[in-house]
Design a protein around this ligand. Structure first.
Ligand code: ADE
Length: 228
């Protein structure tokens, strides 16, 4: 998979993709993440990428020209399965969307700033609009990083243990069960004895029951969706 990200602050995102699982995923060739500085596509001397809103009002609007130039340049090199605009008025991101996007070949993310992008960008180029929640960030970068992380860890081979993404919270509309590691006793508090039993079927059964209880208690809305 290849993920391209267009941003006015690409430096902000560099370190995020240069560590841990995301770094290993790239080094192993499972994914390539390429950051693009939108200002490189501005024709103005000041590398301007925004302008005042027609009709007035506070806040700048990201101009259509540099974005169109950047997207068309990238499109001339490859086909994008989705061109995604990160915006608080998009559809709310969830595990199902992450699963669907992880099956694609090339994704292009556009990070908004200021009051957002000129509507013509959305009408002409964008195929999907995603929000990561009902709050407003100062830019789409963190949101794009959140989506890219959730997507990349689902690509086969990126996680060491191939099955571990399948047992994540939300994969079946259930939250993950509690987990424990050594020591088996800490300040007098032990771990559930079934986990020390070595009995795989019983352990799986316990984990499933815990998932159900945990989901019922914390996310009754998800539990309903699970159909259990
Ligand atoms: N840009 C600003 N706020 C955002 C949000 N909540 N989700 C996605 N992009 C955003």
């Amino acid at each position: 998979m290849r993920i391209d990200i267009i941003s006015v602050v690409p430096k902000l995102m560099e370190s995020f993709f240069a560590h841990s699982i995301l770094k290993r995923g790239q080094e192993a060739g499972h994914v390539e993440v390429v950051l693009h500085d939108l200002r490189d596509y501005s024709l103005s001397k000041q590398r301007q990428v925004d302008d005042y809103a027609f009709g007035g009002g506070a806040g700048m609007v990201m101009s259509v020209e540099p974005i169109a130039r950047c997207i068309r340049h990238l499109q001339s090199e490859r086909h994008y399965d989705e061109i995604i605009y990160m915006t608080p008025d998009g559809e709310t991101f969830n595990q199902q969307t992450a699963n669907q996007l992880s099956l694609q070949g090339n994704l292009l993310f556009l990070c908004g700033h200021y009051k957002g992008v000129d509507q013509r960008v959305r009408d002409m180029f964008i195929t999907k609009e995603i929000s990561i929640g009902d709050y407003v960030l100062s830019g789409g970068e963190l949101a794009a990083a959140v989506c890219a992380d959730a997507i990349i860890r689902l690509i086969p081979g990126v996680l060491n243990d191939e099955t571990s993404a399948l047992t994540d919270s939300f994969q079946d509309n259930l939250l993950a069960p509690p987990v424990y590691t050594r020591p088996a006793e800490f300040e007098g508090i032990g771990v559930p004895s079934v986990l020390l039993s070595g009995h795989e079927a019983k352990i799986n059964e316990w984990r499933f029951e815990q998932s159900i209880e945990h989901t019922k208690a914390r996310r009754p809305d998800l539990y309903q969706k699970s159909g259990l």
